[in-house]
Design a protein around this ligand. Structure first.
Ligand code: CTP
Ligand SMILES: C[C@](O)(CO)[C@H](O)COP(=O)(O)O
Length: 226
């Protein structure tokens, strides 16, 4: 029977966040940000294993307790997110028909409900799919001087989130050229093979902690949930 594996790339440096400690290890409500991310994945009964990809030179991971029984640690992070995911997948060597849910460590506010919705809607899909959010605002194109050069129709535009859920065999094939800069998420790699992944409605709360101001928002969301 196909297994369901969560694969969490956590080997980034957080250059836009700009802290000395990578953002995935910063404290949110008494725990490292990454612990919140791993906890929601591990709590889902359909997920058999949670694998986290950290950098080979990571100096922080071992200084925390990681109590999740489903956790596997892979010290194979690469130069880009796509390479970290590809390396993690190669190290795990899952069966071709196993489901892999790739989820950014930095999306620590994923709710159990959105995760369950993705698994329920993609579980019998031939290609796989992702959580994503329809664009809610008017979209502007800016020029180099930060002046508006166009208003872009938002119809059919979605913001890609994670988890992104695909069969392991298809994903490994899609990430064979992980160094391709056009691959900014798993779906884009699958698209390059000619497939059309499903879009499952996500939630605004499932944002990626990217800028310093995002940490307080994540803390407030997680505190309200508990
Ligand atoms: N070489 C990399 C780069 C990113 N990631 C992970 O991919 C996820 C999404 O990337 P982002 O948050 O944009 O990560 P950073 O690279 O850490 O941030 P920045 O782009 O600002 O440097 C994060 O969980 C990050 O740890 C990774 O595993 N390996
Ligand atoms: C995968 C992703 O979270 C989808 O929105 C995003 O592409 C990763 O962030 P990055 O800035 O591209 O590293």
């Amino acid at each position: 029977m196909a297994r369901c594996i969560a694969l969490v790339p956590a080997a980034g440096h957080g250059s836009r966040f700009g802290s000395a400690t990578p953002k995935q290890y910063l404290d949110i409500n008494g725990q490292p940000l990454l612990a919140h991310t791993l906890a929601v994945l591990a709590a889902n009964p359909d997920i058999d294993q949670v694998a986290v990809v950290i950098s080979p030179g990571d100096e922080w991971f071992d200084s925390f307790d990681w109590p999740q029984p489903k956790l596997t640690v892979l010290r194979v992070g690469g130069a880009s997110r796509a390479e970290s995911v590809a390396n993690g997948l190669a190290a795990l060597a899952p069966a071709a028909d196993d489901w892999v849910l790739v989820h950014d460590a930095a999306r620590c506010c994923l709710s159990p409900q959105a995760l369950a919705r993705l698994i329920a809607e993609i579980g019998d899909d031939a290609v796989g799919g992702i959580l994503a959010q329809p664009v809610a605002d008017t979209v502007k194109q800016g020029d180099a001087a930060a002046r508006i050069s166009a208003t872009v129709p938002r119809d059919g535009l979605w913001l890609a989130q994670t988890p992104q859920m695909f069969r392991a065999g298809l994903l490994a094939c899609a990430l064979a050229d992980a160094a391709n800069p056009a691959i900014t998420d798993e779906a884009s790699a699958i698209e390059l093979l000619g497939h059309a992944p499903r879009l499952v409605v996500g939630e605004a709360q499932n944002f990626k902690v990217t800028w310093p101001g995002d940490l307080a928002l994540a803390a407030a969301i997680l505190a309200a949930r508990n």
